[in-house]
Design a protein around this ligand. Structure first.
Ligand code: SF4
Length: 403
């Protein structure tokens, strides 16, 4: 029931976006996935997220063949494969949206592109390339990175950058900024975020009613439609379904024996294969940092700019290892984790946390073993399926022996 609703919501979102891009009076803003979407929406923009498009390129396994087109114009195979796949798809003139939604022929042309460097520098280069291509203005929020505690040193400067983008955005949108509209949008985003958190938290139940792999599918509205009533309504339905499953002790993995945590990016082109591999060993990947990244508990309509600045900086990806480890320890306890999977994504160092000793430190402090898997979010040339399977099977044997 909820999955059917989600397919419809996502279809409506992309059809509306397509018609907005074709009309002369509606404006489209491209936004990085944890960029200031609420400001854009409150000004009447249709907000498009290239990362969602690139994840589709990955999930449809189109990405690997498209990356070389971006490499050919100087974007290295070593950098973000969301960026290279998306630029490659544009250069080749194709999009998975055409296959999924009849009548959509291309990605929407932007009237403005807005990024926040909170997640990485690649979003700046990515949106910057398209800004030149479409001759559209580019606006950025520059966030401190590697932060231990988010303090008053950080928040006001980011809030100020968000305030300063209002004037140029008003001109582009043709609408006057209304603080009450921003507050209303932010309240809806907060409600969406709270519901999304509750959805993910249902996986603390034993057996867990959903997996990380389910989460990567259900997170669509939390990413592209936060700040709207549709997203809120969707997560109410999904939450009710999951609570019912918890009540009936229905697990997502039959006979769940092991509970795992996925740290890092998903491998979009292998979601189903990986989901089946873990399930075949009665291992449930119950939670992940990735799906949790669209939880913004600091959003507060009473103080919109400061609370947005804080929420978009409190994110895991922005933080120092010390804060990340504290968070992961809480996740291990809350979700009753038996083992950690760290995905070393070749082209996304920003979302890879296994390269500076974190798995070993966590294992020492919690006793929970980890496995580091090599791969990538979109570039399947960086993944050996055989190696992945062998490593996961050996890890599960290790967990079995530990029992
Ligand atoms: S966080 Fe990683 S995957 Fe996301 S845009 Fe940045 S480099 Fe790409």
């Amino acid at each position: 029931m909820a999955t059917k609703d989600m397919k419809q919501i996502m279809a409506d979102y992309y059809y509306e976006m397509d018609s907005a891009a074709k009309s002369s009076d509606k404006k489209v803003a491209w936004c990085s996935s944890v960029g200031p979407a609420e400001i854009l929406r409150s000004l009447g923009f249709y907000v498009y997220f290239p990362e969602n498009h690139s994840a589709l390129l990955g999930a449809t396994r189109m990405a690997t063949d498209l990356i070389p087109y971006a490499n050919a114009i100087g974007y290295s195979p070593e950098i973000c494969s969301y960026l290279t796949a998306d630029v490659g798809a544009y250069l080749k003139g194709i999009t998975p949206l055409s296959q999924a939604y009849e009548g959509i022929k291309s990605i929407p042309k932007p009237d403005v592109l807005v990024f926040n460097t909170n997640q990485c520098r690649d979003v700046q280069d990515w949106l910057g390339w398209f800004a030149k291509e479409f001759r559209a203005p580019l606006i950025g929020v520059y966030t401190h990175r590697g932060i231990k505690d988010v303090t008053e040193t950080h928040v006001p400067s980011i809030a100020q950058q968000m305030k300063e983008m209002i004037e140029p955005l008003e001109k582009i949108s043709g609408n006057t900024f209304d603080i009450n509209e921003l507050k209303r949008t932010l309240s809806l985003s907060r409600e969406c975020s709270d519901l999304w958190k509750k959805v993910l938290d249902t996986a603390a139940a034993v057996p867990a009613p959903l997996t990380f792999f389910d989460g990567t599918i259900h997170m669509g509205p939390a990413v592209v439609l936060r700040g709207t009533q549709q997203a809120v309504d969707y997560y109410k339905v999904l939450l009710a379904e999951l609570e019912e499953r918890v009540k009936n002790h229905e697990g997502a993995v039959n006979g769940e024996r092991f509970r795992l945590y996925w740290e890092g990016m998903p491998i979009w082109g292998r979601l189903r294969v990986h989901s089946e591999l873990f399930a075949s060993h009665k291992a449930c990947v119950v939670a992940s940092t990735y799906c949790n990244s669209w939880i913004f508990t600091d959003f507060d309509a009473a103080d919109p700019f400061k609370s947005m600045a804080r929420a978009y900086t409190e994110l895991f990806i922005v933080r120092a290892d010390e804060s990340k480890e504290k968070y992961l320890k809480e996740m291990i306890d809350f979700f009753k984790i038996d083992g950690m999977i760290f995905h070393d994504a070749k082209t996304c160092p920003a979302n890879t946390n296994s390269r500076y000793g974190m798995p070993q430190r966590l294992e020492r402090e919690t006793g929970v073993p980890s496995l580091v898997v090599n791969g990538d979010l979109n570039d399947l040339r960086c993944l050996s399926d055989e190696q992945f399977k062998t490593n996961v099977e050996a890890f599960i044997e290790q967990l079995e022996d530990k029992r």
